[in-house]
Design a protein. Structure first.
Length: 204
């Protein structure tokens, strides 16, 4: 258990965590991106909360106080579906669709996480950006594929079923461990740096 300065346990550890929170923050095992869809199917995860863990190949991101496991740190938490978002019947479950179509194989336009990772990895992966008529950041497909390959090698995921995932998401971001890649609801000091990096993409 990590401690704050002065020997006090972090506030998020002083409260009893729900089983759902524990499954995200302290899972039995981290899931590799290639295995997460099978886990979702076997455990019937439809609506839920997921955590993204990254190894030390992700540059610039401060990791002080972040939860570490198996050489990776928990840096981002997301949910599916968002609050008040309708779910289409007969389609992929919200969690499966969000993770696969947006984060793992999506675009920087469709995934806040991919947008942030692209900003951090721009030089290392030699990525190139442009902006569409609505001033949204874009990458050509071969750059998106390059980012997807990086994610497959350097990331891991924890995921849990939760019927109202937005409630747990807010609790963890506002009161939980440091999550330097979260922007919404976050007070992490890295937020301004990450926002600046994202805003600069495709403007030169």
């Amino acid at each position: 258990m990590q401690e704050e300065a002065g020997g006090r346990a972090p506030s998020w550890l002083t409260h009893s965590l729900s089983e759902e929170a524990r499954a995200v923050l302290s899972p039995e095992a981290l899931l590799l991106p290639d295995h997460v869809l099978d886990f979702i199917d076997r455990h019937a995860v439809t609506h839920g909360v997921y955590g993204w863990w990254f190894d030390n190949r992700l540059p610039l991101v401060p990791r002080e106080g972040c939860i570490e496991r198996d050489g990776k740190h928990l840096l981002y938490i997301g949910i599916a579906p968002p609050k008040d978002r309708s779910v289409r019947r007969g389609g992929p479950t919200p969690v499966k669709s969000r993770l696969w179509r947006n984060h793992l194989r999506g675009t920087v336009r469709s995934s806040t996480l991919r947008h942030s990772l692209a900003a951090l990895l721009e030089q290392e992966l030699e990525l190139a950006f442009w902006r569409d008529k609505r001033n949204r950041v874009r990458m050509d497909r071969h750059y998106e594929d390059r980012l997807s390959e990086w994610i497959a090698k350097h990331a891991a995921i924890s995921v849990v079923q939760h019927d109202e995932p937005w409630s747990l998401e807010e609790t963890l971001i506002r009161n939980g461990p440091p999550l330097p890649l979260n922007l919404s609801m976050s007070a992490h000091p890295f937020r301004s740096t990450l926002s600046d990096l994202r805003r600069a993409l495709g403007r030169s």
